[in-house]
Design a protein around this ligand. Structure first.
Ligand SMILES: CC(C)(COP(=O)(O)OP(=O)(O)OC[C@H]1O[C@@H](n2cnc3c(N)ncnc32)[C@H](O)[C@@H]1OP(=O)(O)O)[C@@H](O)C(=O)NCCC(=O)NCCS
Length: 332
């Protein structure tokens, strides 16, 4: 079977920076609390009214340009997001038009913070079967569109951003090796946006009750995330006859620096093998893993052949892990 490889990476972060000091003016919080509990110092935020498809467009363009691939060559677009431009049509369709990727079909997937890892796995199947040779996979979210700036327990945690990767058949042994995903739907009550779907359609009442925003029980999500980062990572490694110390890079979903550090310690990894950019971006939901890959490339920490583990936990609950050997990409 063919192996699918990430052959390019693109990213887009909005220019506007929202610091913890900016949040102090909006809710009853402070820089020290946010930094010590989450690691976050600032996050990027869009100008109000900027849709997710615009962030996707910029990340996708960078990804394709770096590889010298024209939008016309893209065969499939998968967008992972929980903040689509609209409930329908899919943001992938809006992006296909904006990007002028005339030959591509596409769809969105909703798996919250595991969205990118799931989308990557799905895209890889089309490459591995030989059905497609160029698949664009994006993780993108405009979290500021669904944050309640009266709720200090959630609004300080998130930011906006988009990441894109191109999947192509690998010319060698590098590329995506294996994945292990899980869902525990009983966790839906701990992290969700209550209204706006078919269960609670938008009404004056849902707006008055502020139900169109992210709600979460942070402490429960925290414990689940630490446990699952470790369990899922070990399961995937063991299945492939590998031990954590053989990893070159651990790229975890950026939700809280304490979650990442706790998982790092339990896996017995040194900090030098762990990517962190949450300090500057906050939790960008589906975008964190491709943005973290971009950070690793900035820091020259990803070399061809590097054994890399991507791990995520998100609303659902969703758990995702992908094991790959890095293929080498153009990066400036
Ligand atoms: C949200 C999170 C940072 C809270 O950290 P915590 O150590 O669990 O803190 P707690 O929720 O126990 O709150 C401690 C106190 O800080 C207060 N607090 C909460 N948010 C605050 C803020 N932004 N500023 C100041 N104080 C705050 C709480 O009200 C609470 O006060 P109390 O003790 O008087 O009731 C943490 O639970 C977390 O990161 N959870 C996972 C979130 C996540 O990853 N979500 C996305 C999933 S992928």
């Amino acid at each position: 079977m063919l192996r699918a490889a990430i052959t390019s990476v693109g990213r887009y972060l909005p220019e506007r920076v929202m610091t913890n000091a900016d949040l102090e003016k909006i809710v009853n919080t402070n820089d020290e609390w946010i930094k010590s509990r989450t690691g976050i110092e600032e996050r990027r935020v869009v100008e109000p009214g900027t849709p997710t498809s615009e962030l996707c467009l910029r990340a996708a363009r960078q990804c394709l340009e770096l590889r010298g691939v024209s939008p016309d060559e893209v065969e499939l677009i998968i967008v992972a997001t929980i903040t689509p431009d609209m409930t329908f049509p899919a943001t992938a369709c809006i992006l296909q038009d904006k990007l002028k990727a005339h030959r591509a079909w596409g769809f969105d997937i909703s798996a919250a913070c595991s969205g990118f890892v799931y989308a990557l796995t799905m895209g890889a199947q089309f490459v591995q079967t030989g059905a497609h040779r160029k698949v664009l996979v994006l993780g993108a979210d405009v979290m500021t569109a669904i944050l309640d700036y009266q709720d200090r327990t959630t609004c300080v945690l998130f930011g906006d951003g988009a990441g894109a990767v191109l999947l192509e058949p690998s010319p060698d042994d590098n590329g995506i090796i294996d994945f292990a995903h899980e869902v525990d739907g009983s966790g839906a009550c701990y992290l969700n946006m209550p209204a706006g779907g078919s269960l609670r359609p938008a009404s004056h009442e849902t707006v008055d009750r502020r139900e169109h925003f992210v709600r979460q029980e942070g402490a429960h999500v925290f414990k689940y995330a630490v446990r699952k980062f470790v369990e899922a990572s070990l399961r995937l490694l063991e299945r492939n006859g590998l031990r954590p110390e053989q990893l070159d890079l651990f790229v975890a979903h950026q939700a809280n620096i304490r979650i990442i550090d706790a998982a790092r310690d339990r896996l017995g990894l040194p900090d030098s093998k762990v990517v962190k950019n949450i300090q500057r971006t906050g939790n960008t939901t589906a975008a964190t893993i491709p943005l973290a890959l971009a950070t690793a490339l900035d820091e020259k920490r990803l070399k061809k052949g590097d054994l890399t583990l991507l791990t995520s936990v998100g609303a659902g609950f969703t758990v995702g892990t992908v094991l790959l050997r890095w293929s080498g990409v153009n990066w400036s």
